[in-house]
Design a protein around this ligand. Sequence first.
Ligand code: GLY
Ligand code: MN
Ligand code: MN
Length: 265
Amino acid sequence: MLRAGAISGQAHARAMRAARPGMFEYELEAELLYEFRRNGAQFPAYTSIVASGPNACVLHYNQNDRRMGDGELVLIDAGCELDGYAADITRTFPVNGRFTDAQRTLYQLVLAAQSAAFGAIAPGRPYSGIHEAALQVLVDGMLDLGLIDRSRYANADDAIADKAHVPFYMHGTGHWLGMDVHDVGSYRDLAVPGKPSRPLVPGMALTVEPGIYVRPGAGVPEQFWHIGIRIEDDVVVTDGGYRILTGSAPKSVAEIEALVGKGQA
Ligand code: GLY
Ligand code: MN
Ligand code: MN
């Protein structure tokens, strides 16, 4: 799984280097598949998502046939399968190599949510704490940025209880990962009455994938319309906490801005 994660991360870096405004999404898909295969991966672990501009707000978009515009983001969710094991990585980056202020603001929010989610991973901690940690950060940000109407809620917990975040964050923060991309295994402790969330155990492998997706709508600040961002990494629970398997995929704003478009045209 380490090797599947490393190859997949390199493939994301390759797609970043290749990206230019005016290219088609499938051209980036081709870069990913090339990097998977030339490193010995047998297959993509699932159909790659290359979703530019408004397509990033369509969760399972995989037509990958749109021409990418200047000033847009592209969200790529792609991982290889190596010797039966899957990787599952998402990166989101500006097609022209430079985040706009609105894009950067939301990107940093998702990154902060992912960081909080990582902080909830340790042996003995409940699986559900990962999602709760990410959601808290995302909803605080949604309140600060006016995506959720602050006048209606006393705090983030109130907004979460009312599902006010669901128009902008409608999926969970991860899943088990292994021989399948959504691997088998319960998320609850079925042996315990009430079936509480399962405690994390060293060796468990999972994804951590917060996101934010802003479609146009009444009361939604226009500067954020059509921005869709997800950041997804693969981790394994260790004795001391966790280990990230997908660190080869560039992730900070600085790393991304330094890399995008820097490959041969
Ligand atoms: N690539 C599918 C998922 O992220 O769950
Ligand atoms: Mn995933
Ligand atoms: Mn994914």
